[in-house]
Write a protein that binds this ligand. Structure first.
Ligand SMILES: O=C(O)c1ccccc1NCC(=O)[C@H](O)[C@H](O)COP(=O)(O)O
Length: 230
């Protein structure tokens, strides 16, 4: 029985990295998009990543950064995985990941008219474009690219995509148990839903969010009749 992986994104402070680790996060995200209120420099990300124990993945998040900038960031900060969150083409992502020598997640920013078929085709194209493609993160389309705390219609996610996708966009302590129970994603990702101000996380909300994910996982472990997506 797979447990749902959890990424806490947009970390800028030591205490928030430690709170995410303590609560059981599987990954932490550092935002290298300088228009974001959660922006950190590569040097700052290196300081924060130094707090991580083994098996907690530091993820570097980029918006239209270009291969050279991504490679330079990875040279300065020990990122294990890249997340491309802008208007990058499949080729842009492949080139940047190749230059940095890291696997990457590609973000699909979901609009109200997005179809499940579109998501599946996009994933196919990403997988065909690079052996470094690791998976899709499904977020809500917003002008600021991300971190907006807005949900999209989870029912459009095809069942045979959900169990290898990262669900993101407006997740919170109020909705995450229902989101995991209905979508059964490989992982969930949250930023503003565990904050008390932009870039300032709340340790209690982080812990409550992770407990909410675990509550949904426990329901499926108890009930053998639930479909196993594997
Ligand atoms: O977090 C940001 O400020 C941000 C800015 C620009 C692009 C992406 C950004 N965040 C990336 C993430 O992976 C967020 O966790 C994701 O968009 C969900 O955010 P939220 O809806 O606030 O949970």
């Amino acid at each position: 029985m797979q447990r749902t992986r959890i990424k806490i994104c947009g970390l800028t402070r030591e205490e928030d990295v430690l709170a995410a680790v303590q609560a059981g996060a599987d990954a932490v995200g550092f935002v290298f998009y300088d228009k974001s209120p959660r922006y950190v420099t590569p040097q700052r990300a290196a300081e924060l990543s130094a707090l991580l124990p083994p098996f907690v993945t530091p993820v570097g998040l980029f918006v239209n950064a270009g291969a050279a900038a991504v490679a330079a960031t990875v040279a300065a900060a020990p990122l294990s995985l890249l997340q491309f969150h802008g208007d990058e083409s499949a080729q842009d992502c492949a080139a940047a990941a190749q230059a940095a020598g890291r696997a990457f997640m590609r973000v699909f920013r979901v609009k109200p008219d997005t179809s499940g078929a579109e998501l599946l085709e996009y994933e196919r194209l990403c997988r065909a474009s690079s052996g470094l493609f690791s998976g899709l993160l499904l977020d809500t389309f917003v002008d600021a690219y991300g971190g907006a705390g807005k949900v999209f219609d989870w029912s459009l996610i095809p069942k045979d995509l959900a169990h290898r996708a990262v669900l993101s966009g407006g997740l919170s302590v109020q909705n995450v148990t229902g989101a995991v129970a209905s979508v059964r994603p490989y992982a969930v990702d949250v930023s503003s839903g565990v904050e008390r101000a932009k870039g300032i996380k709340d340790a209690r909300l982080i812990a409550e969010f992770i407990r909410g994910v675990r509550a949904a996982d426990a329901t499926f472990e108890k009930d053998p009749h639930h479909e196993n997506p594997a």
